[in-house]
Design a protein around this ligand. Structure first.
Ligand SMILES: Nc1ncnc2c1ncn2[C@@H]1O[C@H](COP(=O)(O)OP(=O)(O)OP(=O)(O)O)[C@@H](O)[C@H]1O
Ligand SMILES: [Mg+2]
Length: 248
């Protein structure tokens, strides 16, 4: 089967820093692809290049066979790419509902979507992530966990095919983290999204990911099933360490 997303030789510099170095991989429809590597390895930069927040210096990105390498961010959203941020980026002065409404309206290309439909959708996604009772609260007054869930609702409201998750657990307490993971699993079940998931907690990806790609210093280190990747000597050396299972 042709891949949903195909990435070939993706490269990105920041001045003298080579943040992403000829990275290639594919994502297949329906799968959960884990993306791992040490701090500063280039994971978020890969997501930024794939979703159009940064322009790639070199390489090709194809979504469903369409070359999107030079497309603008909103064009990629209309084709089915959505993301959450490592650090939530709310509109502080908008309510939770209006925030999701904005995504629902701007995230789709449907010209004849009525305001009522958009409102219905926004309410539905807010309910899905458990924030219905917070719908009239300003984003600036939400807790960190609620902001993470608001991000997820905003991403889902654009009806993505492929959802990029840049660390959903960071900054959450264990109970909240568990809920957040459950929510991603439910989003897959209910909306059929394919998931690209950056996470530092290996135990989570061991359970959730179908495949894992590992990078280090911007370059791909390993790719395979979770078992293959966590037993790869280069990955253990660069990232996991020998005793990682004791801390996971
Ligand atoms: N906008 C930017 N300007 C300059 N350098 C950047 C920028 N964004 C990232 N970098 C640098 O690029 C490299 C890769 O950073 P990136 O944020 O992609 O890593 P990461 O794998 O997501 O790390 P973490 O696990 O800490 O989130 C780092 O050296 C970082 O300092
Ligand atoms: Mg990052």
């Amino acid at each position: 089967m042709a891949p949903l997303l195909s990435v070939r030789n993706l490269t990105k510099h920041f001045g003298g820093i080579l943040a992403v170095d000829k990275v290639s991989f594919e994502i297949h429809e329906g799968e959960t692809l884990g993306f791992i590597g040490p701090n500063g390895a280039g994971k978020s930069t890969v997501v930024n290049c794939l979703t159009g927040y940064l322009a790639a210096d070199e390489g090709e990105i194809e979504l469903n066979g369409v070359n999107i390498t030079r497309m603008k961010r909103h064009e990629r959203v209309h084709l089915g790419l959505a993301r959450t941020y490592q650090i939530p980026r709310p509109f502080p002065e908008l309510t939770a509902l209006t925030s999701v409404l904005a995504s629902s309206i701007s995230g789709k290309k449907r010209i004849n979507q009525s305001f009522q439909d958009a409102m219905y959708d926004a309410t539905h996604y807010l309910e899905f992530v458990g924030l219905f009772s917070k719908r009239n609260i300003l984003a600036r007054d939400l807790t960190f966990y609620e902001l993470r869930m608001l991000e997820l609702a905003r991403a889902l409201a654009t009806t993505p095919k492929l959802l990029f998750i840049d660390e959903v657990m960071a900054g959450l307490n264990p109970g909240e983290a568990k809920n957040a993971i459950k929510m991603i699993r439910r989003a897959k079940e209910e909306f059929g999204v394919t998931v690209f998931w950056i996470e530092h907690v290996m135990a989570v990806l061991m359970e959730a990911a179908d495949r894992i790609v590992a990078i280090n210093y911007g370059a791909k280190l390993a790719e395979g099933t979770p078992d293959e990747v966590v037993n790869n000597d280069d990955v253990i050396e660069a990232y996991l360490g020998r005793g990682w299972r004791n801390y996971a």
